[in-house]
Design a protein around this ligand. Structure first.
Ligand SMILES: Cc1ncc(COP(=O)(O)O)c(C=O)c1O
Length: 389
């Protein structure tokens, strides 16, 4: 048998792969599990987007290789969406690079910049790809604690000097997975200043910026004046337009960093199927009102979840954005034990906080990515199990 690399051997098994096995077994035994663990949108994109995909797919000239920079129309569509949604001007040729989903961009950007021994500043709890991609590159992730008393924002001034000296990149993600916290333009401005002062590449993961509730609008990091001198943002249609399976994202901002990322990508992928790119243009430039209606559906689910958790004394913030509620578990439990209890007794599958880093201990993430009736039933079961403790 041929050995895999040490890089691969040193990675822990992926939590969701293990959960999948556990749930399949429970389902085989007749359990009716409600899955609120993965943050995959359950609703389809608007019909004008899928119609464009079908129409383009039936054209005989649409089936060849594409460049991983995408088409000019696609880059322009990203720029147009940035102007409309975030009031940010981008040069579509220099400041937009399409991605096969933002996860790919995060992973490859880190491969472009990190040598063994380099430090990457990552949020804890946070989306795990920042940390895992750093380990893949032989780099050292430094976990910046996100604490409730600081609104789940990192205290940049508390990062030790010797860490900052070895650091090359700083990753932020607001609205946040998993905490659902949001960041103000004031905080993002502070982060840009910090990156400038310490010679860091500031990377903002904006995957949830269009999943917002009531009057809240999430800012782009690039709305900070001159941010693109030191920063870039990765964005995605996965959550904004219910297109997670389509693998459509973009890196926008600092042209030099986008070029470094392109040099990795040009060796690894040949871009998307052209009809997917054409449908993405329709998604970003066509009618957008459906996104507001979709967010209202999420808001109703969020309200059911927050109300039920409060009813049984489980503390959580009311999210202004994202697909998640991040709630504190009762004292005396670990996150994994409490998640297992809810899976076994309530037959509701959730994600234990430590999946997102050590500072996730004491918390569980709930994704309201099922229809309202199922979310309501899940919360009825959770309330009943917690009420009996
Ligand atoms: C914070 C965050 N970033 C990036 C991604 C990856 O999204 P994409 O589908 O664009 O690769 C996710 C997916 O859940 C996420 O939660």
């Amino acid at each position: 048998m041929i050995n895999t690399t040490q890089r691969i051997q040193s990675l822990n098994p992926h939590f969701f792969a293990m959960l999948e096995t556990k749930i399949t077994l429970l389902q085989k035994n007749g359990c009716d599990i409600i899955r609120l663990d993965v943050g995959s949108p359950d609703m389809p994109p608007a019909s004008h987007i899928t119609a464009m995909l079908s129409k383009a797919a039936s054209r005989p000239d649409a089936h060849g290789y594409q460049n991983c920079r995408g088409t000019q129309a696609l880059r322009q569509a990203w720029a147009e969406m940035y102007r409309r949604v975030y009031a940010v001007d981008l040069d579509p040729e220099q400041e937009v690079l399409p991605l096969m989903g933002s996860k790919e961009g995060i992973f490859n950007l880190i491969q472009a910049y990190i040598d063994p021994g380099d430090v990457v500043l990552v949020p804890d709890p946070g989306y795990m790809t920042y940390q895992r991609a750093t380990l893949f590159a032989g780099g050292e992730p430094y976990a910046m604690p996100l604490l409730p008393e600081c609104g789940f924002l990192p205290d940049l001034q508390a990062i030790p000097r010797d860490i900052i000296r070895r650091a090359k990149m700083l990753w932020l993600n607001y609205p946040s997975n998993p905490t659902a916290a949001t960041a103000s333009v004031g905080f993002l401005t502070e982060a840009v200043e910090f990156a400038r002062q310490h010679g860091l590449l500031l990377c903002h993961d904006a995957a949830y910026t269009q999943v917002t509730f009531e009057s809240y609008r999430a800012p782009s990091l690039l709305a900070v004046p001159d941010a693109q001198e030191v920063a870039l943002e990765v964005n995605s249609l996965s959550k904004s337009h219910n297109m997670a399976g389509w693998r459509l994202g973009a890196a926008v901002g600092n042209a030099q960093a986008l070029n470094a990322l392109y040099r990795v990508k040009a060796n690894a992928d040949n871009g998307h199927f052209l009809p997917i790119l054409e449908a993405a243009v329709a998604a970003m430039t066509g009618e957008q009102d459906w996104i507001r209606d979709r967010n209202e559906i999420y808001r109703l689910r969020r309200d059911v979840v927050v109300q039920a958790l409060h009813e049984v004394g489980l503390a959580c913030m009311q999210p202004k954005a994202s697909l998640y509620v991040w709630f504190a578990i009762p004292i005396g439990w670990t996150s994994v034990a409490f998640t297992d209890l809810l899976l076994e007794k309530a037959q509701v599958s959730l994600t234990p906080g430590p999946v997102f880093g050590e500072r996730g201990e004491g918390y569980i993430r709930l994704a309201f990515t099922e229809p309202l009736e199922l979310v309501t039933e899940a919360m009825r079961r959770v309330v009943s199990v917690v009420g009996e403790l």
